[in-house]
Design a protein around this ligand. Structure first.
Ligand code: AMP
Length: 215
């Protein structure tokens, strides 16, 4: 099963991608997580990407395509994977199509989780993440302990540098400008589905399962 999950920042992609990945035993490939790990580890990629991510801008397409090519050609991706955060621009989608053909992958399913901006801003302002295992917390709906230590792995729980009100608004605008056009791109390719991201996590999950199980 090869799935692309897209949606504005805070629409719930990461949460749902982790659920789908566990359920179908396919790797969850989050380009945001790959980049944040590189920043934390101080690699060359991290040095290039750090400021771009903090400002809420997009990392150049050629760098992103290199990351994706390296990741989806690994052994664990043979039976499928779920892409979270890639592609984010039309040139990325076109390059992915070429790669798809080259690697002879089967048809993909493209899902977009849609949620209103005010709900998204609220979620992201209150979002905190474990810097080690990337578990999501929310100060209102799923608060961490007062010591801000992750219950799963004892990692530090932090706020993402790009989860400030100003950067969130910029990222939402960027999504509309650069990523939303992918809707039409994937509609033309078939297998595009919209998911209502305003529901509970469980309800969103069920909507996604229903689509994937009919594939
Ligand atoms: P995310 O965790 O998906 O919200 O991604 C965090 C940040 O990583 C984004 O705001 C971008 O700066 C960068 N990033 C992630 N995926 C991509 C991509 N496909 N193209 C360009 N930049 C990306």
């Amino acid at each position: 099963m090869h799935v692309i999950l897209f949606g504005a920042p805070g629409a719930g992609k990461g949460t749902q991608a982790k659920i789908i990945s566990n359920h179908y035993h396919i790797p969850h490939i989050s380009t945001g997580e790959i980049l944040r790990n590189a920043v934390r580890e101080g690699t060359e990629l991290g040095k290039t990407a750090g400021e771009i991510i903090a400002a809420g801008h997009l990392v150049p397409d050629d760098i992103m395509l290199g990351i994706i090519r390296e990741r989806i050609t690994r052994e664990d991706c043979h039976k499928g994977f779920i892409l979270d955060g890639f592609p984010r621009t039309i040139p990325q989608a076109e390059s992915l199509d070429h790669l798809w053909e080259e690697l002879n992958f089967p048809e993909l399913v493209c899902l977009e989780i849609i949620a209103p901006d005010d709900a998204i801003i609220n979620r992201l302002i209150n979002r905190r993440i474990c810097e080690i295992c990337h578990t999501d917390y929310n100060l209102i709906t799923n608060p961490p302990d007062a010591d801000m230590i992750c219950k799963k792995c004892n990692g530090r729980i932090v706020q993402r540098k790009d989860d400030t009100r100003k950067t969130i608004k910029d990222r939402l605008n960027l999504y509309q400008r650069e990523t939303a056009p992918l809707r039409d791109y994937y509609k033309d390719h078939g297998h595009f589905y919209k998911i209502n991201g305003s529901q509970s996590i469980d309800a969103v999950k069920s909507e996604i399962y229903k689509i994937l199980e009919n594939k």
